[in-house]
Design a protein around this ligand. Structure first.
Ligand SMILES: *[C@@H]1O[C@H](CO)[C@@H](O)[C@H](O)[C@H]1NC(C)=O
Ligand SMILES: *[C@@H]1O[C@H](CO)[C@@H](O)[C@H](O)[C@H]1NC(C)=O
Ligand SMILES: *[C@@H]1O[C@H](CO)[C@@H](O)[C@H](O)[C@H]1NC(C)=O
Ligand SMILES: *[C@@H]1O[C@H](CO)[C@@H](O)[C@H](O)[C@H]1NC(C)=O
Ligand SMILES: *[C@@H]1O[C@H](CO)[C@@H](O)[C@H](O)[C@H]1NC(C)=O
Ligand SMILES: *[C@@H]1O[C@H](CO)[C@@H](O)[C@H](O)[C@H]1NC(C)=O
Ligand SMILES: *[C@@H]1O[C@H](CO)[C@@H](O)[C@H](O)[C@H]1NC(C)=O
Ligand SMILES: *[C@@H]1O[C@H](CO)[C@@H](O)[C@H](O)[C@H]1NC(C)=O
Length: 637
């Protein structure tokens, strides 16, 4: 839930920059590590100044490894005595943690971009992103570092890397307005342009202009913003903006504090909308399923509790998590330019629409499925980040643009399984017995992987035909991890949940009744899935009931499969769906397996691992059966 807000925050923060000032603000582009080019000055500020080189200033926040005049000046290649002078400290001084330090540097134009050169010795297990963001705090970008060190074939400990720090020289226009220096200020949580401008005694407008920003633009932590200075900066009056408790304490009337809380206010408003949305969704779900009214109440009151929390606090607590997620996105997935996706999908034209909000696109010559997502993508990203298996759909990249996330997946040429099995041979879409068993085995293998071979293990929680995709060879891949969760829970193996979500007919009784979550709820859903695959009928139709009572509904399946008449009924559906072409004895074995999967007591259901083993044997026998059928068929002619 909390993560959800954070994503709303990020997606709401859009890059509204006009080409009016001189150095466009970098925005969240730093996160998109593999992105090349210099869109929005990501690699550096363009050499558009009056002079080729100049004196410039940076800000840096003292951190454990870099807290003294000497360590900071050597990291950033600054003159220590000047640095000491400007910050009114002595040469051998150490700063308090998180003090905003002003760093004088020589800035000059290297071909296209201004930069201040420094170097960094590579340690083990670092990435360009970690060096740029965590060590240099955003004073350089991974893109700029990659570009500058392009001649390095590999990174190894002890290797010296060139680090171009972001600086700029005043333009002619700025010079005419009396600007003599530009300071690259590192944005921190809770900063606003007006707050930063006041800190350096310049007008908000001149700062906005310098960065091609407008009053309604957003700025992000760990990016730089240029502050045009008339004079050399003095020791800052506020020792460190970030050492003040954010928002809650200084909510008094001054203009400054109201500006400063602007970001928090946005978080609050958007968060409230998000809550209302989520609340409605929860009510909708619980309503349609007629589950306990108590849960509804719990969910709603929880929501209000969250609204009442001071928003600044939420931001503060979650900032770490947010950064983690952004970093994990950048490091694990390609971050696409939105324009790239537009090109790939012909501007998201209807001709490229696969279904719902999923589009087909061609990226670098390869087909991809591009899903527009509103809201929380964190679950899906967390799961797919850790997963690499041929029976689990692969997420290749993400993009965000104007409040929307776009997830780019490998393309499954034959679409969703649901389009194949509920049709009676429409468009020649027919799956043979062997193909159906193969698909069941693929799904079981994918689930077994999620349950047993990822760490922590994951539960899909929303297994159903429409969430299984088929590739060009009709091999199955498990998709849609938006409800997935890890097993690591409060009660160890059996965490509980208040929010009952999932799809009717696929939900295990213990989950519906008590919210018990374990891998066995996937096993239950898998049983239902196989039943549907083999009969081509939705489970409700097999049960022949229009039962709104879920409790009865989920037990009914177990009961019906334990009766001979029920098994016969299932076989009749199989016969119809497979046009009589199926091995009757194997079908009995599979029905037995399905029955085990939908047992009322979770501990009586098999592990996915056992299902994989048994389906492998069934597939083997099915191949033999298929061969024998085709031989006898050819003999009869
Ligand atoms: C630009 O260079 C000229 C001399 O070439 C110098 O007088 C002036 O101060 C420089 N301007 C800046 C902003 O550094
Ligand atoms: C910056 O430039 C000045 C003169 O151009 C030079 O004296 C000084 O050493 C330079 N500082 C650094 C850190 O290179
Ligand atoms: C800095 O070092 C000098 C000697 O090198 C010493 O006299 C002085 O007290 C030191 N200052 C601080 C603040 O430690
Ligand atoms: C900084 O580094 C770049 C790239 O290596 C180089 O082109 C430029 O001349 C350097 N600038 C200075 C002032 O040394
Ligand atoms: C960027 O670095 C800062 C420290 O400079 C850290 O707090 C933050 O988590 C990092 N952000 C990401 C996305 O890693
Ligand atoms: C790589 O480039 C850096 C500066 O861009 C230069 O100092 C270094 O010598 C180059 N290394 C090789 C192996 O060419
Ligand atoms: C400089 O200012 C003039 C008028 O104020 C404007 O037309 C021009 O675009 C500005 N140039 C730059 C590079 O910002
Ligand atoms: C702020 O700048 C104005 C001129 O822009 C100047 O008159 C004033 O003294 C400055 N205040 C401080 C505290 O530097």
């Amino acid at each position: 839930m909390r993560l959800f807000f954070l994503f709303i925050i990020i997606i709401t923060i859009t890059n509204l920059s006009l080409i009016k000032g001189q150095q466009p603000y970098i925005g969240l582009g730093t996160v998109a590590c593999p992105r090349r080019g210099n869109a929005k000055s990501i690699r550096g500020y363009t050499c558009n100044g009056l002079n080729h080189s100049c004196q410039a200033y940076l800000t840096f926040r003292s951190q454990p490894l870099y807290s003294s005049v000497s360590t900071i000046s050597s990291l950033l290649n600054s003159d220590p005595s000047q640095l000491a002078l400007i910050n009114s400290v002595s040469l051998n001084d150490t700063f308090e943690p998180n003090t905003l330090v002003i760093v004088p540097v020589n800035c000059s134009c290297a071909s296209e971009y201004y930069q201040s050169n420094t170097s960094y010795v590579y340690h083990n297990a670092e990435t360009y992103f970690l060096i740029a963001n965590n060590t240099f705090q955003g004073l350089t970008t991974c893109q700029a570092m990659m570009h500058q060190n392009a001649n390095l074939s590999n990174l190894y400990p002890g290797r010296q890397l060139a680090v171009p720090l972001r600086c700029a020289c005043p333009t002619k226009n700025q010079t005419l307005k009396g600007v003599r220096y530009l300071l690259s200020y590192l944005v921190d949580w809770g900063d606003s342009v007006s707050f930063i401008s006041q800190m350096f005694n310049v007008t908000t407008q001149i700062t906005l202009d310098a960065n091609s920003l407008t009053m309604s633009s957003f700025i992000y932590p760990f990016t730089t913003i240029l502050v045009p200075l008339h004079d050399k900066p003095l020791k800052l009056r506020t020792s460190s903006p970030s050492s003040q408790p954010p928002s809650s304490s200084d909510s008094s009337s001054t203009d400054k504090s109201s500006k400063k809380t602007w970001v928090y206010v946005v978080v609050g408003v958007v968060g409230a909308f998000a809550l209302i949305f989520v609340t409605c969704a929860v009510i909708f779900f619980t309503h349609t399923r007629k589950t306990k009214r108590k849960q509804e109440v719990v969910a709603v009151s929880k929501s209000f509790e969250a609204i009442e929390k001071p928003q600044g606090k939420i931001m503060e607590q979650e900032s770490g998590k947010l950064s983690e997620i952004i970093a994990s996105i950048a490091q694990s997935f390609k971050v696409y330019d939105f324009e790239e996706l537009e090109r790939a999908t012909d501007n998201f034209s209807t001709s490229c629409l696969i279904k719902g909000s999923v589009y087909r696109g061609v990226i670098n010559g390869d087909l991809a499925a591009i899903k527009k997502v509103e809201g929380d993508i964190s679950k899906e990203i967390q799961v797919l980040n850790k997963v690499n298996h041929s029976n689990v759909i692969r997420l290749s990249g993400v993009s965000f643009y104007q409040g929307q996330w776009y997830l780019v997946y490998e393309y499954a040429a034959n679409g969703a399984l649901s389009e194949w099995i509920y049709m009676d041979n429409v468009d020649g879409k027919f799956l043979s017995w062997r193909q159906r068993i193969q698909i069941a085995l693929d799904v079981a293998t994918g689930l077994d992987y999620l349950h047993s071979f990822t760490s922590p293990s994951y539960i899909h929680k929303d297994l159903k035909c429409s969430n299984i995709l088929l590739d060009s060879e009709l091999r199955a891949k498990v998709a849609n991890f938006s409800l997935a969760r890890s097993v690591e829970g409060e009660n160890g193996q059996f965490p509980m949940t208040r929010h009952i979500v999932g799809t009717r007919g696929y939900m295990a009784p213990e989950y519906l009744e008590n919210g018990v979550v374990s891998t066995k709820i996937d096993v239950y859903a898998f049983g239902v899935l196989v039943l549907e695959i083999l009969t081509g009928k939705e489970v409700a139709e097999i049960l022949n009931e229009d039962d709104n009572n879920n409790k009865g509904f989920s037990n009914a399946l177990s009961i019906i499969l334990s009766e001979e008449s029920g098994k016969e009924r299932v076989k009749e559906f199989m016969y119809a769906s497979l046009h009589g072409n199926y091995p009757s004895e194997l079908a009995t074995v599979v029905i037995g397996m399905i029955h085990n999967c939908v047992e009322k007591e979770p501990e009586n259901r098999p592990q996915m691992q056992e299902i994989v083993a048994s389906l492998s044997r069934i597939l083997n026998s099915s191949l033999n059966w298929e061969t024998s059928v085709s031989i006898s068929a050819s003999q009869s002619f």
